[in-house]
Design a binder for this molecule. Structure first.
Ligand SMILES: NC(=O)c1ccc[n+]([C@@H]2O[C@H](COP(=O)([O-])OP(=O)(O)OC[C@H]3O[C@@H](n4cnc5c(N)ncnc54)[C@H](OP(=O)(O)O)[C@@H]3O)[C@@H](O)[C@H]2O)c1
Length: 259
């Protein structure tokens, strides 16, 4: 049976991935901090798709999180065929005013844990000569974003890491893909305290289901990266035509706009 591990599966894009892989009858391993939410999702998946996911509550903001996840699966001799590295959080504000602890936790989750999980699961995949990894970046992977400085830098890391490793993996049978969504209708903006910003206007948000479907197709075709939606794609390409300082001013003014 093909096994998929999805981090951040308790809501939003990760939950949409869980539903998608359940429909395709994968064996599911769902990880995130909130055990109660994971139990609720497991119930839904059982009722709607007849699958029985394995749930692993884990805090990826803790240094030991990725190893705990890897060891739990190794103990049960479960090989992961597909890793969806989706868990992530955002933040909003001037870097010098933000809470240092919360920012470091975000970097641990978005950057360190994502890379650590790749380094834990990739050797087994390469040995087997098959495997797929999907790393969730963002449209901000392509440009700096004042007022979300650490977050946008974390997502630039995700794209850069993915492109480098995708090249290294050529000929191994293993692929890695970055999914770079624009604004999506999830809990993300509430958690990042961006609810009153225009960027979180529900009319402009893509659904997490659409994002997951586009990500799934890119993952299965072994693409190095995908940006869901033509407008989002334009957003990621336009900065190449302008001076970087101009792009930074524009991204700041977009984030500053209130609803
Ligand atoms: N929504 C957007 O507009 C947007 C745009 C571009 C990229 N993204 C990216 O998409 C990914 C998914 O976000 P989302 O939009 O679906 O937001 P979401 O609904 O807030 O989901 C975030 C998921 O990450 C998990 N998570 C957060 N911190 C964690 C930690 N320390 N350890 C383990 N799991 C953790 C959360 O679960 P628990 O709370 O249960 O731990 C939740 O399942 C993120 O990487 C985000 O950066 C989102």
């Amino acid at each position: 049976m093909t096994t998929v591990l999805i981090t951040g599966a308790s809501s939003g894009i990760g939950k949409a991935f869980a539903e998608l892989f359940a429909k395709k009858k994968y064996r599911l391993i769902l990880a995130s901090r909130n055990e109660e939410k994971l139990n609720g999702i497991a119930r839904q998946l059982r009722d709607n798709h007849g699958v029985e996911p394995i749930l692993i509550p884990v805090d990826l903001a803790q240094r030991a999180g990725p190893v705990l996840l890897y060891e739990r699966l190794s103990e049960q001799a479960i090989a992961v065929d597909v890793l969806v590295n989706n868990a992530g959080i955002g933040s909003f504000g001037l870097l010098h005013e933000l809470d240092v602890h919360a920012e470091l936790e975000m970097l641990q989750t978005n950057v360190h844990a994502l890379s650590h999980l790749m380094m834990l699961f990739l050797p087994d995949m390469v040995k087997r000569g098959s495997g797929r990894i999907l790393n969730v970046g963002s449209t901000t992977s392509f440009y700096p974003c004042p007022l979300s400085a650490n977050y946008s830098a974390s997502k630039a890391f995700v794209l850069s890491l993915t492109e480098s490793v995708a090249n290294e993996l050529q000929g191994t049978g293993v692929t890695v893909t970055a999914l770079c969504p624009g604004a999506t209708g999830t809990d993300f903006f509430r958690s990042a305290k961006m609810e009153s910003q225009k960027v979180s206007d529900p009319r402009a948000l893509m659904s997490p289901q659409t994002v997951a479907e586009i990500g799934y197709r890119a993952l299965m075709s072994g693409k190095t990266f995908v940006v869901p939606g033509f407008q989002n794609w334009l957003l990621t390409q336009a900065p190449r035509l302008f001076p970087r300082s101009f792009v930074t001013r524009i991204t700041r003014s977009v984030l500053e706009q209130k609803r």
